[in-house]
Design a binder for this molecule. Structure first.
Ligand code: DX5
Ligand code: ZN
Length: 222
């Protein structure tokens, strides 16, 4: 079983002081910086582009930058732009992409870790045909678009299903959960089989990030 990792979502950071906030998060011990890209089409919100990612990479050369694309369509150009800007991980939603297998291959060819994101209403069956190109699976535990929502319990069933499917296929992708993860819900996510936890409001939304991370880690034990 892979080590547990926390990914702080900058959606809940202080955007006017982003560099200081990311520095603070890394100092507090966050493992990954989660970078939500929204285009106002795939989800009803608009966020960050490759220009910002490039600056972030420059400021934090060692950071693991996890780019979650909530855009449609997912084109080759978009993947190339974020890889060139310094993404470490890139994931996208299958509904937004015509050639899923090819796109995962492209992400890997560009030297990034590749992931597929499953919305709450999206079935995981297609993963069975894609394991060879999947470094991680991101299970949405809310409908994407906004921070601060409540975790949808049926998504935990999907996390278990993905965990079981991976075991049956004898592969060990990371399983990341995103949305409504806090000290109260993180334990159930881990029990279901997740090992990477995206935390927006429960981490960047808190004044004391080291304390927030300590509460999340306590929640894992509960
Ligand atoms: C939602 C985003 C999440 C969001 C999570 O569409 O993908 O990454 O920032 O925020 P919280 O942790 O507050 O639910
Ligand atoms: Zn996200």
């Amino acid at each position: 079983m892979a080590v547990t990792q926390f990914a702080g979502s900058i959606l809940s950071a202080d955007l006017l002081n982003l560099q200081a906030d990311v520095a603070d998060a890394l100092k507090a011990g966050i493992d990954i910086i989660h970078f939500d890209v929204m285009d106002y089409h795939f989800v009803p919100n608009l966020t960050f582009g490759p220009g910002l990612l490039k600056q972030m990479r420059k400021a934090f050369p060692e950071a693991v930058l996890d780019v979650h694309l909530m855009v449609t369509p997912v084109s080759e150009n978009i993947i190339r732009d974020y890889a060139a800007a310094g993404a470490s991980w890139i994931s996208f939603h299958p509904e937004a992409c015509t050639h899923i297998d090819r796109t995962l291959g492209l992400i890997k060819d560009l030297g990034c870790r590749a992931g597929l994101v499953l919305n709450p209403g999206t079935a995981p069956q297609m993963l069975r045909y894609l394991w060879d190109k999947l470094d991680f699976v991101l299970v949405m535990t809310v409908n994407p678009g906004f921070g601060g929502q409540k975790l949808i319990p049926s998504a935990l069933q999907k996390v278990s299903d993905v965990r079981r499917m991976a075991a049956e296929a004898n592969v060990k992708p990371l399983i990341e959960v995103d949305g409504g993860v806090d000290p109260k819900t993180v334990g159930a996510c881990a029990q279901a089989g997740a090992n990477v936890f995206v935390v927006g409001s429960a981490f960047f939304g808190q004044q004391d990030r080291a304390q927030a991370l300590a509460y999340l880690r306590q929640g894992l034990q509960a």
